[in-house]
Design a protein around this ligand. Structure first.
Ligand code: HEM
Length: 399
């Protein structure tokens, strides 16, 4: 993929490219492009739109994520330094960010998540049972997307009959290629619908509170003030974005990985206690989240002379696939001892849902292999991953 990277001169002595992370590509191409860029640069300038800096040095990426004073979350979208929208808690900086994290923490703690395990396992098992009598399926559409979305809707207290609508919105918002939605109109329509949906859910709970996360959150106070409808809405939108696509993408990678590596599949079938390490390794090797931050002051990072107000892209793949950090970094190693990856981020914004995500992933891999141990990638399909967050677009397996 690096051959498609078009040089565009230099900026302040640093190499510049027409680098656009929104474009899709063949499976693993984005991760491999990061490997190449990290091998030759510690940082560079993208000249797409208003331009932004990209750090490709593994330790520097992690350092920036931890240094919230210098790298603010006021914008987390490299192409939009001055967003008109707010996502809570992702776009808040400490100290108000800490208050939200404290309030949310108990719903996402290891013990709160563990208490939901039987329910989560049952949902996964039922969905896989419905597939096992067939001889194949697009596992993204028929399992990887449905399972975590349903769990998430239950957690938030959203009506389960809305599941198909949510799956449609996720598709329209996150999965359309440029050709399918050239002017972004379909994406805008879906965003407006999601926004109106949450407005209505909030209004319903103001009238009649229920026993769910949304109703509980509406009763919280921050600095003695009740949470406004605007902030509740910003919270719902972030949860939608953060919780809806990430676990499906990871389940997609896990099934792809074990289909493409039957020898490792045989190992986890013989010894399921290897699954947790396998899941961590898949999160690390297939790293798909690319955070961004807005500099609060002039600073040099990855050799880039960043000015206050400029955006910096911080791809997690360069840390997670860094040969300076891991032996044979590009391999999923079911026996790796330390998997101190940063697939869930690092610093104050480290993923709030990581315990839930881990549980869902482990359950998905365990229950799948208990029921459908023998499967293969159906021939004749082009395996493609989305840009932005690198999820496999569709994956037909046969069994
Ligand atoms: C494998 C699945 C997941 C991955 C890889 C993942 C990854 C991440 C990453 C890298 C961040 C930090 C972003 C940044 O630094 O800008 C993050 C933040 C966040 N994630 Fe996840 N996530 C996953 C699943 C989930 C789930 C299931 C939920 C909720 C149900 C969730 C909720 C959040 C929230 C609320 C934040 C913002 C935290 C804050 O700003 O303090 N995530 N996630």
């Amino acid at each position: 993929m690096s051959t498609t990277l078009e040089p565009d001169g230099t900026r302040d002595g640093v190499s510049a490219y027409r680098f656009d992370n929104r474009l899709g590509g063949p499976v693993l191409s984005h991760q491999e492009r990061w490997d190449e860029l990290a091998g030759t640069h510690s940082g560079f300038r993208s000249t797409v739109a208003r331009g932004y800096w990209v750090v490709t040095d593994g330790p520097e990426v992690q350092k920036a994520l931890q240094d919230w004073r210098t790298f603010s979350n006021k914008s987390v979208t490299a192409l939009e330094p001055d967003p008109k929208f707010l996502w809570i808690p992702e776009m808040l900086d400490p100290p108000v960010h800490n208050v939200w994290r404290r309030l949310l923490g108990r719903y996402f703690s290891p013990s709160a998540v563990a208490a939901r395990e039987p329910e989560i396992r049952q949902v996964a098992a039922e969905m896989i049972d419905a597939l096992r009598g067939r001889d194949g399926a697009d596992v993204l559409d028929e399992f990887a997307r449905r399972f975590p979305t349903l769990i998430f809707m239950r957690l938030m207290g959203l009506p389960e009959e809305d599941l198909p609508t949510f799956l449609d919105w996720t598709h329209e918002l996150l999965h359309l290629s440029h050709g399918e939605d050239p002017d972004g109109a379909r994406q805008m329509t879906a965003m407006r619908e999601v926004s109106a949906y949450f407005e209505e859910q909030i209004a319903q709970r103001r009238e009649t509170p229920r026993d769910d996360l949304l109703s509980h959150a509406m009763a919280w106070t921050i600095d003695g003030e009740p949470i406004s409808d605007r902030d509740m809405h910003a919270f719902c939108i972030l949860m939608f974005q953060a919780g809806f696509d990430t676990v499906p993408i990871s389940i997609g990678w896990a099934l792809y990985h074990f289909a493409a590596h039957p020898e490792q599949r045989a190992e986890i079938l013989a010894d399921p206690s290897l699954i947790p390490t396998g899941v961590e390794e898949i999160l690390r090797v297939y790293s798909f989240v690319v955070p961004a931050r807005k500099a609060t002051k002039d600073v040099e990072i990855g050799g880039c002379p960043v000015r206050a107000g400029e955006m910096v892209m911080l791809p997690l793949a360069v840390t997670n696939r860094d040969p300076g950090r891991y032996d044979h970094p590009l391999e999923v190693d079911l026996h790796r001892k330390a998997t101190n990856h940063i697939a869930f981020g690092s610093g104050p914004h480290r993923c709030l849902g990581s315990h839930l995500a881990r549980l869902e992933l482990n359950v998905a891999v365990e229950e799948w292999h208990r029921r459908i141990p023998d499967y293969r990638i159906a021939p004749g399909q082009e395996l493609w991953q989305h840009g932005n967050m690198y999820g496999i677009k569709s994956l037909r397996l046969e069994w």
